[in-house]
Structure formats: structure tokens, C-alpha cells
Design a protein around this ligand. Structure first.
Ligand code: ZN
Length: 305
């Protein structure tokens, strides 16, 4: 759509002109300036303050994931187009000479690297489930909070569509009732939190970009069962608002894959919610302007308490 393309370019140019983001040549990989990072850290702190009374366990993982966990997660069944695997050089000196000469001559060198035991994390919560492998959960289930970098191979000129971004995520594991009740509570809480910053946020039923011919059916099924919700805000387009927070109910997928059981002995269910940190920050700049010192009093009071 012409309008949304132009307004995504306009947002990109505005963010660059105000030194909020720093172009690096590759789409979706720009740097972040000091003011951008300050706003991001302040929103992150707000999320932590809202979560604090729930008493979540805090975990931090690197932006890489055990390849075996990744294979087990089923990500490649659904989204092969978004994944990024880490390859590295394991050759001898002869192979190294070949590598150097190929690069000097501008030739391909991908066959001179080998797949390693890690991939780039495609979702912030994936390392959590194997850490519960074989566990019987306490009666009230588990609640984990984390802040991780995520990779998605979808280069785009739209600044809200990044190849690498940060997610403040919360995972709930337990019985279906526990997990669904938690998800519904948070859906309301998440919308209220974003609206308290003066953002025109609203929840909607959503689906994932499943790959291939079968993907359409999977997406329809996901919508019909209301397994995915998003909180959206118009950032680059009114007709196609940007998802800034997503809620996924996995049913027993991870419980089954990693052998996690409830105290009653049933396979555990899980759900997660994640705030797309850069997207929330861009929604703030889009809604209130590029200079935070001119933002509305109420928004500033929430972020600069
Ligand atoms: Zn997740």
C-alpha cells in the first residue's frame, strides 16, 4: 500500500534525523541512539514495576539457543523463512587460504563454514521450557520473566520490522485454567499500561505468519481457537496497526516436547506474553513526537517517575 510505505519511510527518516536510530547499511539492523535507549530502559522499568507484585523468577539468556532445543521447538515446521542458524569456520590452513582468496575475489564462501551447535534465538521464551524438562511443577505452576534479544530473518525498510530486537517477556506454565486466567488478566493489564502512556492501544485476535500452503489453515485454526492475541497501535499505518505486545497460548506443545508435568500429573500447558521493546519506543515517538521533553505530562510522569 502506497500510504503505509511512505509513512514507514517518513518514520525511518524522522528517527534517523533525530539520531534515535543509526543506519548500518543492512535493513532491519540499525543502531540505537542514547535517547532511544533511555526511553527503552524506562519502558522496561515500567514493565518490571507492573510485574513485581506477581513474584516472577527472573532469567537472562544470551541471544543464541541450543540447536537441539530449536529443532525440538517445531519452529522450522512453521517458520523456516524467519530462522537464522550460526555457522562457523572449522577448516585447516589450506581451507583458510581458500576462504581469504574467495573473499578478496568477491566469490561465495558459504560452503567453507559449518553449522554449529547454536542458532540465533527466534523467540525470547524458548530457552525457558527445556530448563523445566522432566519437572513436576509446584501446585501454583511457574512464572518467569526475561529480557532477551530475538532474531527474525525479515529484512524490511519499515523500521518497525527488525531482524534483531529486544523482548521483555513473561512465561506462565501450569494447568490450562491457571495459564488461560493469567493470559486474560494480562491482556487487560497490557492494554491499560500502554494506554496510560497516551498510546492508542487495542487488543485483537491474531495469527502467526505460518509458511507455505498449509500455513493458511494453521493461521485460521489459531484464530478460531483464539491462541494468539496482539495489542496493536497505529505506528506506520492506520489500516495495518503494529503489534507491540503479543500473547501466545501454546496449549501442551512445550509441556509435551520437554516433558513438563503439573502437580496432578498432567502435561503442563504454557503461555507467554512479550513486549516488543523497540516497537513500543517507536510508537511513543510516532504518537508524541521525536522529542521526549515535549511529551505529555502524564506520559512523562509514568516513564520518569
Ligand atoms: Zn514466547
Amino acid at each position: 500500500m502506497g500510504t503505509s510505505k511512505d509513512s514507514s519511510q517518513e518514520l525511518y527518516d524522522g528517527l534517523v534525523a533525530h539520531k534515535l536510530i543509526i543506519p548500518v547499511g543492512v535493513q532491519g539492523a540499525f543502531g540505537r541512539g542514547a535517547v532511544f535507549e533511555d526511553v527503552l530502559a524506562r519502558f522496561d522499568a515500567l514493565v518490571s514495576r507492573v510485574i513485581a507484585p506477581d513474584g516472577a523468577e527472573r532469567m537472562l539468556f544470551p541471544p543464541i539457543l541450543d540447536r537441539q532445543v530449536f529443532e525440538k521447538s517445531g519452529f522450522l515446521d512453521s517458520f523456516p523463512q524467519l530462522a537464522g542458524s550460526v555457522f562457523s569456520f572449522e577448516g585447516d590452513e589450506r581451507a583458510h587460504a581458500q576462504l581469504r582468496s574467495r573473499i578478496r575475489e568477491g566469490q561465495r564462501w558459504d560452503d567453507l563454514q559449518k553449522m554449529t551447535k547454536v542458532v540465533l534465538s527466534p523467540a525470547a521464551c524458548y530457552p525457558v521450557y527445556p530448563s523445566f524438562a522432566g519437572d513436576v511443577l509446584p501446585k501454583e505452576g511457574r512464572l518467569v520473566e526475561m529480557f532477551n534479544w530475538v532474531f527474525r530473518h525479515e529484512p524490511s525498510p519499515d523500521p518497525t520490522r527488525m531482524q534483531a530486537f529486544r523482548v521483555h517477556e513473561v512465561v506462565r506454565v501450569g494447568t490450562p485454567e491457571t495459564v488461560i486466567g493469567w493470559r486474560d488478566m494480562w491482556l487487560q493489564r497490557g492494554v491499560e499500561m500502554l494506554r496510560s502512556l497516551g498510546l492508542p492501544a487495542r487488543p485483537e485476535v491474531a495469527s502467526d505468519p505460518f509458511f507455505g500452503r498449509g500455513g493458511r489453515m494453521l493461521a485460521d485454526n489459531q484464530r478460531a481457537q483464539e491462541l494468539k492475541f496482539e495489542v496493536v497501535i497505529p505506528v506506520v499505518s492506520e489500516e495495518k496497526p503494529t503489534a507491540v505486545c503479543s500473547f501466545n497460548y501454546h496449549q501442551d506443545h512445550f509441556g509435551e516436547s520437554f516433558g513438563i508435568h503439573t502437580s496432578e500429573g498432567n502435561v503442563a500447558h504454557s503461555a507467554c506474553l512479550g513486549f516488543g521493546m523497540e516497537r513500543v519506543v517507536m510508537a511513543l515517538f510516532k504518537t508524541h513526537g521525536f522529542e521526549p521533553e515535549k511529551w505529555p505530562q502524564e506520559t512523562r510522569r509514568r516513564l520518569w517517575p
